[in-house]
Design a protein around this ligand. Structure first.
Ligand code: ADP
Ligand code: MG
Length: 268
């Protein structure tokens, strides 16, 4: 049994707190300000998407939360602690599944357990649960080249969720998939988010994906990336696809995002 959160401490309710963050990359050739004056709070269990033009600092923002990069100024907190280095309490999914070609689906998922030295019985039990949750049953022993792109991303998602991270970071995870597979994975991600209760920060170029999945959508400006607007999505947590995308609230959110990004800006 886990302890209940202490209601008196608001920081314990905040999964991610980004305060007035700037990131400048300096090289001999040029200086780039990737992010400037970015503040954002993400509540425990919330699903927040980040959309914005290419090069506006979306991936940089996720790297800050993961502790893979330090801000030039400002602070990033994960569950109340200042992020000071790579964090164990996150999962990360990228556009490319980045699976080891010589390992089966199951053994790619178990890589996470090996890296974290998880007890093997616990890792095996959790792997079986995740394989079931993502519909990979029957493909446990397949090698990556025997899996479709969608299945490879399911394996990557299982690997990211194996250690039950309270925060899941996803950087354009479905960007390389065809439209139908993407839709299917969006439906599954909505269900997995509800079942695991994990906090999700998703970077996406798809307006529909952001509107369908999120509690809130962060729209960023051109570089240097700032938060232009944060849009609340007033839809229930459980979202049946066909009816959700027909709802006026979905259309309102999607056209609001599109208006902020400008024609074509989200299409790359
Ligand atoms: P996005 O994910 O929104 O497309 P990124 O966060 O990848 O954008 O990059 C934001 C800006 O910072 C870009 O101009 C990119 O070229 C620059 N940048 C990102 N990482 C580095 C780095 N390690 N060194 C120098 N410049 C970088
Ligand atoms: Mg990026």
């Amino acid at each position: 049994m886990s302890e209940p959160e202490t209601a008196a401490d608001p920081a314990s309710q905040t999964a991610v707190r980004i305060e007035d963050v700037a990131v400048r990359f300096r090289s001999r050739k040029r200086d780039v300000t990737a992010l400037h004056g970015v503040s954002l709070d993400v509540a425990m269990g919330e699903f927040v998407s980040i959309v914005g033009p290419s090069g506006c600092g979306k991936s940089t923002l996720l790297k800050l939360v993961a502790g893979l990069l330090k801000p030039s100024s400002g602070t990033v907190r994960l569950r109340g602690d200042a992020v000071a280095g790579p964090r164990n309490d996150i999962g990360y999914v990228f556009q490319r599944a980045a699976l080891l070609e010589w390992r089966s689906a199951r053994r790619n998922i178990l890589l996470q357990a090996e890296m974290r030295k998880m007890p093997s019985a616990q890792a095996a039990r959790r792997t079986a649960e995740l394989i079931e949750m993502t519909g990979l049953q029957g493909f446990e022993d397949a090698l990556p080249h025997e899996l479709s792109g969608g299945m490879q991303q399911r394996v990557a998602l299982c690997r990211a969720l194996l250690h039950e991270p309270p925060v899941l970071l996803m950087d354009e995870p479905f960007g390389a998939l065809d439209a139908l597979t993407r839709e299917q994975l969006n439906i599954e991600l909505n269900r997995i988010w509800r079942e695991t209760g994990t906090t999700v920060l998703l970077v996406t170029h798809s307006i529909a994906e952001a509107a369908y999945l999120s509690n809130r959508v962060v729209v960023m400006s051109d570089r240097p990336g700032t938060v232009r607007e944060v849009i609340d999505v007033d839809l229930p947590a459980e979202r049946e696809y066909a009816t959700t995308v027909e709802r006026p609230e979905f259309s309102r959110v999607a056209s609001h995002i599109r208006g902020l990004l400008g024609a074509g800006a989200a299409a790359d």
